[in-house]
Write a protein that binds this ligand. Structure first.
Ligand SMILES: [Zn+2]
Length: 337
């Protein structure tokens, strides 16, 4: 299968949720990452803190390592990884626009080198300073042109802006024009309410994804740019599983529909979703809401599911549907033009 002019992909499953980390970038961004916060709670023992520290270190090592990755991909039955930098670790949105652009450019250059190590096994997506829309468009174009990347990964906010903000229209317009994949993965919610018990990860990430989808729907991005290729991480967070309330608001509160010409349920079907939900029942609901053609494999490598084939098999889809999730839907999502 050819996704770009020159890039043919290896056979097997395509994993769209696979992280990398660039140590030199992380050295600059880590002070702003949720992973470097001390664990809160007096009841946490020293041993648990040490265990947490060691795990964080080993995850960073695994994200930066490209050799062990291929061995693990073979073990997991993954033919191709779509690589994205972990935004929880190396989001640059805290920085000034110029500084953020410089960090993203360095990171994107390294991403292109990682893909070049084995372009049959790796597809790369880059990063942009989304809080500076003009610079984000410039770097998106460089990713898609000069660097041969397939799109960009963004978080669920752009500084103070929600991602449907009118000031970000030039970014969405360029992403549509270029046919870029936009993979939305939260950099993490820094609200203190989510600090204890890693709630920012268990609850907060899913909340962020629901907010991102809502912003794209309500602010009219999905209505204005019908050909966008947006893929949501973690099965779209809470949104696909709680559409009843969203639909009710749409019907009962006409004032909320200023930028929408169709129902939220219809917009929901315009996005793609990865399978990283850890629950076969949730997967069946997701497919019921968005369609079998909109769900792609996502393992959250290296932290997530190491047996993705077993998980998809446990969901009760037939052989054709399983193949769509494991491979063919992602081929369509990644195809040029
Ligand atoms: Zn992830």
């Amino acid at each position: 299968m050819t996704i770009g002019e020159n890039q043919s992909l290896a056979p097997g499953a395509i994993d769209v949720h696979a992280h990398v980390l660039m140590p030199d970038i992380y050295a600059q961004t880590q002070a702003h990452s949720l992973f470097t916060l001390p664990m809160e709670g007096a009841a946490i023992s020293d041993a648990a803190r040490e265990q947490g520290r060691q795990r964080a270190e080993s995850v960073c090592r695994a994200m930066a390592d490209m050799s062990e990755r291929l061995t693990l991909m073979d073990k997991m039955g993954v033919g191709v990884q779509v690589l994205s930098a972990s935004l929880v670790h190396q989001s640059s949105l805290y920085a000034s626009p110029r500084e953020s652009l410089a960090l993203e450019r360095r990171s994107n250059d390294q991403m292109a080198q990682m893909v070049a190590r084995d372009p049959r096994r790796f597809v790369g997506i880059g990063g942009v300073p989304l809080h500076a829309p003009d610079l984000a468009v410039e770097e998106l174009r460089r990713c898609m042109g000069e660097l041969g990347l397939r799109g960009v990964g963004i978080s669920t906010q752009a500084g103070e802006m929600e991602i449907g903000d009118a000031r970000l229209r030039p970014f969405w317009e360029a992403a549509e024009d270029l046919g870029a994949l936009v993979y939305i993965h939260p950099a993490g919610n820094h609200d203190v309410r989510f600090r204890k018990h890693f709630l920012w990860n268990s609850i907060g990430q899913s909340f962020e994804e629901a907010m991102a989808i809502a912003s794209l729907m309500y602010e009219g991005v999905l209505e204005s740019f019908l050909k966008l290729r947006i893929c949501m991480s973690h099965g779209g967070g809470y949104m696909p599983y709680y559409m009843g309330r969203i639909e009710r608001n749409y019907l009962e509160k006409p004032s909320t529909r200023v930028h929408m010409k169709r129902s939220p349920a219809e917009y929901l079907k315009m996005l793609w979703y990865d399978s990283c939900v850890y629950d076969s029942e949730a997967m069946r609901v997701l497919v019921g809401k968005v369609g079998i053609d909109r769900v792609v494999l996502g393992t959250d490598y290296p932290v997530g599911d190491r047996k993705p084939h077993e998980f998809i098999a446990s969901c009760g889809f037939d052989a054709g549907e399983t193949q769509q999730i494991l491979r063919t839907n992602a081929e369509g999502l990644l195809a040029q033009g």
